[in-house]
Design a protein around this ligand. Structure first.
Ligand SMILES: [Zn+2]
Length: 493
């Protein structure tokens, strides 16, 4: 191959990601990573996943940028409880060893989530980036993508050169965030720009769906600011209230072309604007009985009802029976419910076989706040091995799944935990979502992107269950600074 020495850059790419709900009754181990997504070096599929979009994006630009890509492992576990220490050290050290073998490298691209907590490490990503820096030295470039539901520690900004986050919630733009990162890293490596990161701490924690105002316009404006003057990139760290760590909270990250003052000012201006939205960014969350009766009154169907807190995508188990019992109590029929995580019940349904009718116990197992298990006569309507659903271009595994009919409601039981992203979670099991009056989905807001296309209305139901949904009363032990709503005016001194 005719290569001009010195022009070709060596680029190491890896992805190691999960979101840790430190209050979750679950624990996360290596099998959870293997169940959700695990690609050994060279095995990453062409389709991107949420946090590993740097892989297909880097491959695509490799020839144009004269990059030699050396791929490490890419893995992701569905959000869950604390990562056991052995699993964290194994995955961390495996990545670092792959990097050592790839040396010398000019660039490291990491697809991370940003809210991973292990038994003895509250800032897994900070530790990882610092250890990567030790290996590659001061002159190599480290570029990182994070999910906005992350904790941005100074350790991360100290040791990375460029960080980009998804801007949208639902995260429909994870590929764009990787493309944005890759472009900035390339321009930096060519000497065209000198990225400088400034962070403003908004001292708050809140939910920021960008599918509605005021966040919709805010994100649109931020995008329009990128590329103007010295502003290279703007990211909003939403924060993740279920992670008890020192850096919990919302932050604004501005990257300028070597302009500390412009970066500081813009991060503060946008950060205080975000702070001014506090208390006004969420849709209305209704009590389950109110939510279900409202759904029954709707004339146009299907109505989509979100069980916002029993969200496996936020690290909850996803086996709460509270809203399903509410459907039974209000005699709802022609409804479909996704999903109840219960591997034992799925196993039993497979043993019973399609069309079997029997009394099954399912759900309500992982938390004393997730409702009681349901004991009911069910009919097994369908059984699918290794079922999946879509999320954007990515394919999300659900494991073996059973569609059961119980009290006139179609319920999907799954074995690999996942929040609900797409109506094909129903159709892949054989349920036509458009024929239903009511679709219940366990998800805080990710469902919205795809379900809003078929939903005649969307209702958000909040069960005060296993998810630590109230930052005022959540028992934070590691949070060491004042944030709203725990204090009224955290910016006052
Ligand atoms: Zn997220």
């Amino acid at each position: 191959m005719a290569e001009s020495p010195g022009l070709q850059k060596r680029v190491f790419v890896a992805s190691l990601a999960t979101e840790t709900n430190t209050f979750s009754p679950l624990r996360t181990d290596l099998q959870d990573f293997k169940d959700s997504f695990y690609a050994s070096p060279g095995q990453h599929p062409e389709t991107p996943t949420l946090c590993s979009a740097v892989f297909p994006v880097a491959r695509r630009v490799a020839e144009q940028y004269r990059w030699t890509i050396i791929e490490g492992t890419a893995t992701w576990a569905e959000p869950g409880g604390i990562v056991n220490q052995q699993t964290w050290t194994f995955l961390r050290d495996q990545l670092l060893e792959e990097l050592r073998c790839a040396m010398p490298v000019d660039i490291v691209l990491l697809g991370l989530h940003g809210a991973m907590v292990a038994q003895d490490c509250n800032d897994c990503e900070g530790e990882l980036i610092e250890l990567v820096r030790e290996i590659v030295g001061a002159n190599a470039l480290i570029g990182v993508t994070f999910d906005p539901h992350s904790h941005l520690s100074q350790r991360r900004t100290d040791h990375a050169n460029i960080i980009t986050l998804f801007k949208e919630f639902p995260h429909t733009d994870f590929v764009e965030a990787a493309e944005h990162l890759v472009k900035l890293v390339h321009r930096t490596s060519c000497g065209e720009i000198t990225p400088h990161m400034n962070v403003f701490d908004c001292r708050m924690i809140e939910i920021f769906p960008t599918s509605r105002e005021p966040m919709r316009s805010f994100v649109d404006r931020i995008k329009a600011l990128e590329g103007n003057g010295d502003v290279l990139s703007i990211s909003i760290v939403h924060g993740f209230m279920a992670g008890d760590v020192a850096d919990l909270g919302s932050k604004v990250l501005v990257i300028t072309n070597d302009s500390n003052s412009a970066g500081t000012n813009l991060a503060q201006k946008l950060g205080l604007e975000l702070y001014s939205f506090r208390g006004n960014t969420r849709p209305e969350f209704l009590a389950p009985s109110h939510a279900v009766s409202l759904a029954l009154e709707a004339n146009d169907q299907p109505v989509v009802l979100a069980d916002v807190w029993d969200n496996p995508g936020g690290g909850a188990a996803g086996d709460s029976t509270v809203i399903l019992n509410e459907l039974f109590a209000q005699h709802v029929t022609n409804a479909a419910f996704a999903t109840i995580w219960d591997p034992i019940a799925v196993r039993t349904c497979f043993s019973a076989g399609k069309n079997a009718e029997f009394i099954l116990r399912f759900g309500g197992k992982m938390s004393d706040k997730g409702g009681e298990p349901i004991d009911a006569e069910v009919r097994v309507r369908n059984l699918v091995r290794d079922a999946t659903q879509s999320f954007g271009q990515s394919v999300v595994p659900l494991g073996d799944c059973a569609w059961i009919e119980v009290n006139g409601v179609d319920v999907i039981l799954n074995t690999v935990r996942s929040q609900v992203f797409n109506p094909d979670i129903f159709s892949n099991l054989g349920i036509d979502p458009q024929s239903k009056s009511l679709l219940v989905v366990k998800s805080t807001n990710h469902f919205y992107a795809a379900f809003s296309r078929i939903a005649k209305s969307v209702i958000y139901a909040a069960v005060d269950g296993p998810y630590p949904n109230n930052p005022i009363t959540n028992n934070y032990k590691n949070l060491n600074r004042k944030i709203w709503p725990r204090v009224e005016n955290p910016h006052d001194h």
